[in-house]
Design a protein around this ligand. Structure first.
Ligand code: ZN
Length: 388
């Protein structure tokens, strides 16, 4: 729980933000809204607004710590229980969070902190989702995809393509299974894997030729072929990273030209590796989207889910959940701090080095320091500092 002085300080800051901003929500009158405090993202929900003006007036007056919106459209967004709302369809939404990526840096700084490696990795994952799956495999135009910084450790990808609006939970689950490679069987990619046949000359048994995906095959087949070719071209390190042992990796590199030629025609016989299962699991894992925990939270498959409203402040960081124009060059710690005026004195606990607004801060360990307001708010909400 926040003490009274901190709660008042934060409320004042969030009020400044909502009085200065005007948010636009598409089909606002058909959305369900949820509001929360600094402890719980959603304290009340089933709230609707007639139009943007009323909605923005409400935000300016109440300065909520957390604002969420339904990815669904309803004829009666305020009705309860859910069945009475009159569901009209839902946008397709993906939630990518650095804490789902199980990065080595998180063991050092913990799951609630976020470093530049975390932010960069989750950005790569977001680009992969859009460029390798949504656009080529689902035929979604870039114009109907909007990427939003989550305000903390990740990105939300909103697809506003009407073809997806009617999909029910089960169908949405199939989409998440596809992008995460869940339930993908090696046997479907390599039909002759592990099968033997009789050698006509010797009469003995031998493995059948390993037939597999070709480079230009659609969907997962082509992605797998491309990933293995790219690992071979990147060299030794890339293969070892995929679970190939050192002597095998050297042998594969020596045979690279033959192997790549084979893969382009669908013949994978040349890629003879011990511990195949681990290699394939790693190869598939490197292509798939790591979104497992977000699926558990039902973000994509849940048609009734509420997600942070783009443009609002995050209750755990004070950062703005900014719509992202150019994801490649987007740096959340530069673009998302809002409280750029003034300084605030805070007493820190253990805080790793970090950078905001292009400036380096920390590391701190119990020191009382004067910080720009955005950095002070960030540390207070990350529970690594208190007002001094
Ligand atoms: Zn990290």
């Amino acid at each position: 729980m926040l003490d009274e002085r901190t709660a008042r300080f934060l409320h004042l800051k969030y009020s400044e933000f909502y009085r200065a901003s005007s948010l636009r929500v598409e089909r606002v009158e058909q959305r369900e809204f949820g509001f929360g405090d600094f402890e719980n993202a959603i304290v009340k929900r089933h709230i609707g607004f007639r139009n943007s003006r009323v909605f923005n007036q409400y935000l300016a007056a109440s300065a909520p710590a957390s604002v969420s919106v339904s990815s669904a459209f309803y004829s009666l967004p305020e009705a309860r229980p859910m069945e009475k709302k009159g569901w009209l369809g839902s946008e397709l939404v993906f939630d990518l969070d650095a804490s789902d990526l199980h990065l080595p840096c998180q063991q050092k700084h913990g799951r609630s902190w976020v470093c530049s490696t975390c932010l960069d990795s989750v950005k790569r994952e977001t680009i992969k989702l859009v460029e390798d799956f949504l656009v080529p495999d689902f035929g979604i135009s870039k114009g109907s995809i909007s990427i939003n910084f989550s305000g903390n450790r990740g990105y939300h990808v909103h697809v506003s393509d009407r073809r997806f609006y009617p999909l029910k939970a089960g169908e949405r689950k199939q989409i998440t299974d596809y992008v995460t490679g869940t339930g993908l069987s090696l046997k479907s990619l390599f039909p002759t894997l592990g099968e033997r046949e009789t050698d006509e000359e010797s009469g003995g048994k031998r493995y059948k030729t390993l037939r597999g995906p070709k480079y230009r095959d659609p969907g997962w087949r082509g992605k797998l072929a491309a990933a293995v070719i790219s690992a071979l071209n990147s060299g030794y390190e890339a293969l070892v990273k995929m679970g190939v042992d050192a002597p095998t990796a050297k042998r594969l590199i020596r045979n690279k030209a033959n192997i790549i030629f084979g893969i382009t025609t669908g013949n994978w016989d040349q890629i003879d590796i011990p511990h195949k299962e681990r290699f394939w699991a790693n190869a598939l894992g490197s292509i798939a989207i790591s979104q497992t925990s977000a699926i558990d939270r039902n973000v994509t498959s849940g048609i009734e889910h509420l997600i942070r409203l783009p443009g609002t402040l995050h209750p755990g960081t004070g950062l703005q959940a900014k719509p992202v124009q150019d994801v490649e060059s987007f740096d959340p710690m530069k673009a998302a701090p809002f409280f750029r005026d003034g300084h605030v004195r805070v007493k820190t606990t253990k805080v790793p080095e970090f950078s905001m607004n292009g400036l380096p801060f920390g590391p701190f360990d119990g020191k009382t320091v004067e910080l720009p307001t955005y950095a002070a708010v960030y540390l207070i909400l990350k529970k690594t500092a208190v007002l001094a």
